[in-house]
Design a protein around this ligand. Structure first.
Ligand SMILES: [Zn+2]
Length: 100
């Protein structure tokens, strides 16, 4: 099956359409502190961590998980129409709950 790559404009930016559970969305990627080596307690850092200006996050002490960089690349699927998607998820959740 060949599917043509489609694009949609969202908030003034052009995104490649990625379908998930029948909904159209897009992938966002960003860099964040590594949860494996950056310790926090109640949202506060335990110890001192350097701040990475470019990635806009603090760097962990380094561990195997992040390849000793202290930061990792994250990605997440985001629906174009969030309200629609959440309503769908809510219906699915209710169905599941009613079935069990
Ligand atoms: Zn790490």
């Amino acid at each position: 099956m060949t599917q043509k790559t489609r694009y949609r404009v969202h908030d003034g930016r052009r995104y490649k359409v990625v379908r998930f559970r029948g909904f159209e969305g897009f992938i966002v990627r960003w860099t964040a502190s590594c949860t494996g080596c950056l310790e926090t307690e109640d949202g506060h850092h335990v110890g001192h961590y350097d701040f990475d200006e470019k990635a806009k996050c603090h760097l962990g002490a380094g561990c195997e998980e992040c390849g000793y960089h202290g930061k990792t690349r994250r990605e997440e699927w985001v629906p174009f129409d969030e309200a629609d998607y959440l309503a769908h998820e809510w219906r699915e959740w209710k169905k599941e709950r009613a079935a069990s």
